[in-house]
Design a protein around this ligand. Structure first.
Ligand SMILES: C[S@@+](CC[C@H](N)C(=O)[O-])C[C@H]1O[C@@H](n2cnc3c(N)ncnc32)[C@H](O)[C@@H]1O
Length: 246
């Protein structure tokens, strides 16, 4: 019975991936002809092959540090936020987060606090502490997830996890990196960005926003307090004020 459902799930996944590949290659062909389609095929096949390796590396991290940061099957999105636009938990792929950490325009992470708004089980907090941030703070709406994040970071003196709506979070007056992995919709993000603007006005300092899967990036693009300073396929980095002009 279980074998049959595994076969069914595997064949569904293969079919879904084949459809995605077919569609993406078709779009590239229409946009840039054969060279673009070939480039896209190589890139997507490379990603497909790398995926199990990345998953294995994430399992190794959990095993090595006795963590639970894996995705839950069918996690419901948390309700009762100020705005009903929460996105359900899904951990950032470790290699993407490490790439983003390397891309940050900071020389000495120890002088910065990293704040993950919507930290889920806290994978980013563990990796950011390992990267050398002076302090790492997780803000999570769902108390089941924040409880797990607290257990995952229990051995890290630099880490704090708060259970609260990001809208109600008061930012510390330190130079900070605010990390977002598409945690919520435009309404919550607009309110968070307004808080960041007020915090910057009260205490001018370096504030960097690293937005992964930036679905609602227009909210930050429209903010007079931030400018994009770097971007890649999956993320955008914003810097506050004049320091953004690099
Ligand atoms: C896509 S997951 C990202 C998890 C984590 N940042 C990571 O990269 O591994 C989004 C998280 O945001 C949380 N979230 C959604 N709305 C929130 C809000 N208004 N305040 C705080 N957390 C929120 C969800 O519960 C979920 O854990």
């Amino acid at each position: 019975m279980q074998d049959l459902s595994l076969v069914r799930r595997t064949s569904l996944t293969v079919r879904r991936r084949a459809t995605t590949l077919h569609r993406a290659v078709g779009e590239s062909y229409r946009a840039g002809g054969l060279p673009a389609a070939l480039g896209q095929t190589v890139r997507l096949l490379g990603e497909l092959i790398a995926r199990p390796v990345h998953r294995w590396q994430e399992q190794q991290l959990d095993r090595r540090m006795n963590l639970d940061t894996r995705a839950d099957n069918g996690t419901a999105r948390p309700a009762a936020a100020t705005y009903d636009d929460a996105v359900a938990y899904s951990p950032i792929p470790m290699h993407h987060f490490r790439e983003l950490l390397r891309a940050l325009p900071i020389e000495h992470p120890r002088e910065f606090t990293l704040i993950d708004l919507g930290c889920g089980k806290g994978r980013t907090l563990v990796l950011a502490a390992e990267h050398g941030f002076g302090a790492v703070i997780g803000v999570e709406l769902d108390d089941r997830l924040s409880h797990i994040a607290r257990a995952n970071t229990a051995g890290l003196p630099a880490a704090t996890v708060l259970t609260t709506d990001a809208v109600d979070y008061a930012f510390p007056a330190d130079p900070s990196v605010v990390f977002l992995f598409n945690p919520f919709g435009a309404a919550t993000l607009a309110s968070v960005v307004a808080n960041l603007e007020a915090s910057l006005k009260a205490t001018p300092r370096r504030l960097i926003v690293a937005y992964f899967n930036p679905v609602h990036r227009s909210v930050l693009d429209d903010s007079p307090a931030f400018r994009p300073s770097a971007s890649a396929r999956h993320w955008v980095i914003y810097e506050s004020g004049r320091q953004a002009a690099r």
